[in-house]
Design a protein around this ligand. Sequence first.
Ligand code: GDP
Ligand code: ZN
Length: 358
Amino acid sequence: MAANDLASLGWNADLVQAFEAHAEKGLVPGRVSLEHNHVYRVLTADGEWLAETAGRVKYEAAERRALPAVGDWAAVRPDERHGRRLIRAILPRRTWFSRKVAGRTTEEQVLAANVDTAFLVAGLDAPPKPRSLERYLVLARQSGATPVIVLNKSDACEDLAAARRGALAIAGSTPVETVSAKTGEGLDRLRSWLRFGQTIVLLGQSGAGKSTLVNHLIGEEHLATGTVRAWDARGRHTSVHRQLLVVPTGGVLIDTPGLRELRLWEVNETAVDTFADITSLADECRFRDCRHDREPGCAVRSAVERGLFDAARLEGYLKLERERTALTDRQNALARAPQGHPQSAERSVGPARRTRRH
Ligand code: GDP
Ligand code: ZN
């Protein structure tokens, strides 16, 4: 298997420093490119390796966040057993996308890590869905990645100017690119985000054109080799698509199942950015805990009545607020519960710091 230039995968001086202690133990750095039934593919300077985590870590479902995710930088033991290496630790994540895992407890499953830029793709062949775009914006900002709104299928849009205006009204400082994966229009501007060592994900509703865009950005001839052999739960071989792709002209694309239908893990202060107009008005409500429902002296309702912003936008904000309250309640309940799970010594993810650019 060909050697990888770690710098083209995003390896940098900060990571070298974070890796020092692992290097002293003889571990080797690699970036996780595929996860399938708890078996991982890791791109290292010595080629692509198959790897597993220590058995114990695997079953500690209470800390799913600690499991390696596509895009993670891992510290791997170079010696192999039965064709597999061992992932001993994960370097602190700079940014990450995660989702709530259904179940009795609230768990966080990381779907992609160390993403620099998130393309939020919407198809212009269908009526615009501003609420949906707002939610993707919130998700992207929470991850720590920089969002870029990509309006695809410009060839199928009657009034491009109006579509752009609609997106810009929501975007704030977020760039809006208008492209057509069909005609190639605007794809060069998208490519300018795919710089050497930069990692990009594509989010957006099914049918928006994400796969088509990925094909164009990677180049069809490289996609032909995009399928690898992996293992199902019974150890049989199956074919799986690569989840992390190195773009020949520079940049890394991550496309993992599950990432496309992200659910909110937490809605924190970054949501305030997206709904800054509403939250600043809320300061003027008579009651500090105003729910902007039927309370007297509600500045938000009165702004809607005066037509300052539309009721649907307020609904989007309130829905997000309700989710946030529900989640905070659950997290508080979890925090009060007795600590039943032993902490794994292998775990080094820790409370990684998120970098936010907005
Ligand atoms: P995904 O679900 O987001 O991955 O969407 P796909 O890439 O599968 O695209 C959905 C459909 O939209 C396919 O039939 C594509 O051929 C079509 N499509 C993608 N991009 C464009 C575009 O720029 N213009 C037009 N007219 N159709 C497109
Ligand atoms: Zn109010």
